[in-house]
Design a protein. Structure first.
Length: 119
């Protein structure tokens, strides 16, 4: 989760608001079925009141071993977004391959074939 110096953003009310937003994001991500993917932007539109970047922050905030299928959220190009630390991108790719999701020669997923566009 990104840090901010704003005292308002660090208030208990802001923390509850962020917790509520993340809970709504996680509820949507849980709906993505195995073998399908969605984009950060699509999840943001479904949740409302947030951006694709905030969906990315929510995915990054998940604890190790979370049962939320974070690996099914990719960028609008059909690519896995690079991680700053660790081997998260490799882990995400392996998880998607295990779900029989195929990548093209450029490392992209065909969103027309594997995209989940539920409402």
């Amino acid at each position: 989760m990104p840090k901010t110096t704003s005292s308002v953003a660090n208030s208990p009310k802001a923390d509850r608001s962020l917790d509520s937003l993340y809970a709504r994001i996680y509820a949507r991500v849980r709906r993505i079925p195995a073998g399908r993917v969605s984009t950060y932007g699509h999840i943001a539109r479904l949740v409302g009141g947030c951006s694709a970047r905030q969906v990315g922050y929510a995915m990054a905030a998940l604890p190790e071993g979370s049962r939320i299928p974070w690996q099914r959220v990719i960028n609008a190009k059909g690519e896995i977004s690079c991680r700053k630390h660790g081997n998260g991108a490799d882990n995400q790719r392996a998880r998607l391959l295990a779900e029989k999701i195929q990548f093209d020669s450029k490392g992209r997923i065909d969103l027309r074939r594997y995209g989940w566009l539920s409402h």
